[in-house]
Design a protein around this ligand. Structure first.
Ligand code: SF4
Length: 122
């Protein structure tokens, strides 16, 4: 859907929430929950180390768990907006490569997923 420029900008100072499925999938890789997540506003989110996501390799700006990355990372720059809306985060340099028409086509599925991503409480 989005033509990712692989700049890694979205992995710097990440605030990405984690779903229960994300946590279980990443734990199956051998990582421990307390290593890669932090609690913020009652939600579990990815931990930052030195300003980068725990899973970002800052030398090559690649994700160490790309195939198993969290749901929110997969659909970014599409984000949940309070009130049940979806939008595109314009901080992403690839945000102009996705059209609102494409988002609307996938909206029902995206809203369900985004509510799940944003709604996880500890
Ligand atoms: S899990 Fe991977 S894609 Fe998601 S923020 Fe971290 S490094 Fe980036």
């Amino acid at each position: 859907m989005v033509k990712c420029l692989k700049c890694g900008r979205c992995c710097i100072e990440t605030q990405m929430p984690l779903t229960r499925r994300d946590i279980e999938r990443i734990e199956r890789l051998g990582y421990r929950r307390w290593e890669f997540s932090v609690e913020n506003d009652g939600k579990l989110k990815l931990r930052n180390i030195n300003g980068y996501c725990y899973f970002l390799n800052p030398k090559n700006m690649k994700c160490k768990i790309y195939r198993d990355r969290p749901e929110g990372c997969r659909i970014y720059p599409v984000v949940y907006i309070e009130g049940g809306y979806v939008g595109v985060d314009d901080e992403c340099p690839a945000s102009k490569t996705v059209t609102i028409r494409e988002i609307c086509k996938k909206k029902p599925k995206l809203i369900k997923l985004l509510i799940e991503v944003e709604g996880l409480r500890k």
